[in-house]
Design a protein around this ligand. Sequence first.
Ligand SMILES: Cc1ncc(COP(=O)(O)O)c(C=O)c1O
Length: 384
Amino acid sequence: MLKQYLLTPGPTPVPERIMLAMARPIVHHRMPAFTAIFNEAAEGLKWLFQTSQPVLQLAGSGTLAMEAAVVNTMKRGDKALCVVGGKFGERWRNICKAFGIEFVELTVEWGKAIDPQAVKAALDADSKITAVFSQANESSTGVRHPVEEIAKLTASRDGVINVVDGVSAVGAFDLPMDRAGFDILITGSQKALMLPPGQAYIALSDKAWKRTESADLPRFYGDLKRERKAQSGGETAWTPAVSLTVGLVEALRMLKEEGLEQIFARHDKLARATRASMEALGCKLFAPGAPSPTVTSVWGPEGIDTGKIVKHLRDKYGVSITGGQDAVKGKILRVAHLGYFGTFDILTSVTALEMSLADLGVPVKLGAGTAAAQAVLAAGPPSK
Ligand SMILES: Cc1ncc(COP(=O)(O)O)c(C=O)c1O
């Protein structure tokens, strides 16, 4: 037997407590038993998003919520400003393109964060722009973008909303929707919420809800006004992912027991430990200027395809981490610390990486990365 360790930035590991909750018999989604479950999940999501707005639950992956954000707030003739510094920034642009929305692409070098001044300059230069689309955390590069600064720029512009893809961020680091002034915030089930893939969550500010009145792009399954009406009555417009909703209640209970501050501190500590270990291993950080609290990206060792390293970890040690995509395919490694991750998940990734590098003939000192991670992980009080 080769024991498997799923240590990727999504899907992330699912705690046994959640799996057991999801194993319960299915309840009917138009009956009171489900309404009680649904309403607890809805309240918990408001807590997680730090908003007084309803957080809509959609049956679909994060991309469904991204598409819903575009089609429910944009109208023909509007222009989008898309921050593109990785695969998921490209997705905003591609969704706009698919629906015939003109866009300005604000390209950021992969591994770098967007400069809010560039957003300001783009907004100042083009009054046709009505929305800024970005990622709180660009999972493909391990970069944290300054979305709070972008929100400040759009707050004073009546005709512009900011849309934040928080798929690999919400519930891992602080993104207080109302306080920061995000107009749309999105996440998915398979990341910090520690659930299997299949649900997406989206909240809109009053400013964004107003835009749904004039939005004129085709939409049906992802019609958010229809969802809001149904969900305010404790059910969804269409058949929901019932088991995931049950799991979501359990996940939110677990997160509440830990507390937001503790959750953010845990992710921060795991991120610091991972960065320290990678540097000790001689792997340079790919995003040193804006490192992500949920996934650490590093350059692979000279002369070796990182895809080969990822495969070796998986095939020899049963440890799944991720490599790079597109422009950085074969060049970077991504080590996750997102969701149901603790001390020994980091040590597993780091140790397996050390062993794999040594197996593949890379000159590493076995234990160097592990020791660097241990030093960070052992410091401070235990997690709650
Ligand atoms: C930042 C970010 N945005 C969007 C998505 C897309 O979500 P999904 O794959 O659930 O459609 C992901 C998934 O990994 C992501 O990491």
